[in-house]
Design a protein around this ligand. Structure first.
Ligand SMILES: NC(=O)c1ccc[n+]([C@@H]2O[C@H](COP(=O)([O-])OP(=O)(O)OC[C@H]3O[C@@H](n4cnc5c(N)ncnc54)[C@H](OP(=O)(O)O)[C@@H]3O)[C@@H](O)[C@H]2O)c1
Length: 254
């Protein structure tokens, strides 16, 4: 039984922010477990690279270019999954945006945008997939939070607020959808080496400070999320509802 517990053969996923970074790594992990995917981001060249990488693993992948804050993008992604694969099983709400700076200097547009991409985008995609998952009587929704959505840090109020919102959105949605066989959980990554965290990796003193707080002694690489996303997308996690898994080398336990 355990040899098929983590398999996703024949299933179909939507991965937002699948153009690069953690989203691309998770699309590849899902493909490795047998799932086809629709990847969503704004940059078509990035999406084309993810499509080629998934196809190289022998699975299908289609790109939908668009902004996750636009409701039409979610509609297009669901239509693409149903048209290309005839089904939809998994949503990974991964697209995210980060901003730093003192709160009094944060423009209202920036505040709105960070909430819109990280939180409202997750709502819009969940809203779009729920009818399809309900009709199937099963499904998995995986939201990307952050350890910063749990602890809060100075000068990242919009991002921390948005990610804290993602954690509560996950719990609320999980309670609402579990009776329909739809399982909702979140991943809260610690520091991972992607474009989003370039500002940390380009600042040796800041990087050293963060590394000192990671018990494992190393930051994450995108591939370090592979096991977690396959677990949350598969039958292996069927009794896990509304949880946020901190994948952070232990930084959140300190
Ligand atoms: N890296 C970390 O250390 C870290 C830690 C904790 C949590 N996270 C979270 O993990 C997720 C992935 O982060 P990452 O590090 O992989 O980021 P990344 O390297 O910046 O990649 C973000 C992806 O999301 C897409 N995206 C951004 N804004 C979008 C929008 N408005 N509409 C559609 N797509 C959009 C980007 O493509 P386009 O720009 O082409 O649209 C890109 O494909 C995010 O939710 C992030 O907050 C990351």
């Amino acid at each position: 039984m355990t040899d098929t517990l983590f398999r996703l053969d024949g299933q179909a996923a939507i991965v937002t922010g699948g153009g690069r970074g953690l989203g691309r790594a998770m699309a590849l992990a899902l493909a490795g477990a047998g799932a086809d995917s629709v990847v969503v981001a704004r940059r078509e060249d990035d999406l084309a690279q993810t499509v080629a990488a998934v196809q190289a693993l022998g699975r299908q992948c289609h790109a939908v270019a668009g902004d996750v804050a636009d409701p039409a993008t979610a509609t297009h992604a669901v239509e693409a999954a149903v048209r290309e694969y005839g089904r939809l099983d998994i949503l990974v709400n991964n697209a995210g945006a980060y901003a730093m700076g003192p709160t009094e200097a944060t423009e209202l547009e920036v505040w709105h945008r960070i909430l819109e991409v990280n939180l409202t985008g997750s709502f819009l995609f969940a809203k779009a997939v729920i009818p399809v998952l309900k009709a199937a009587g099963r499904g998995k929704i995986i939201n990307l939070a952050s350890i910063l959505g749990r602890t809060g840090v100075a000068e990242a109020a919009a991002y921390c607020t948005a990610k804290g919102g993602v954690i509560l959105f996950t719990r609320s949605l999980a309670a609402e959808l579990a009776p329909h066989g739809i399982h909702v959980n979140a991943i809260a990554p610690g520091l991972f080496n992607t474009d989003m965290s370039a500002g940390v990796f380009d600042n040796p003193a800041f990087l050293e400070q963060i590394m000192a707080g990671i018990p494992r002694g190393q930051h994450g690489e995108p591939e370090d999320l592979a096991g977690t996303v396959v677990y949350l997308a598969s039958a292996a996690s069927d009794h896990l509802i509304g949880q946020t898994l901190h994948v952070d080398g232990g930084s959140s336990i300190a």
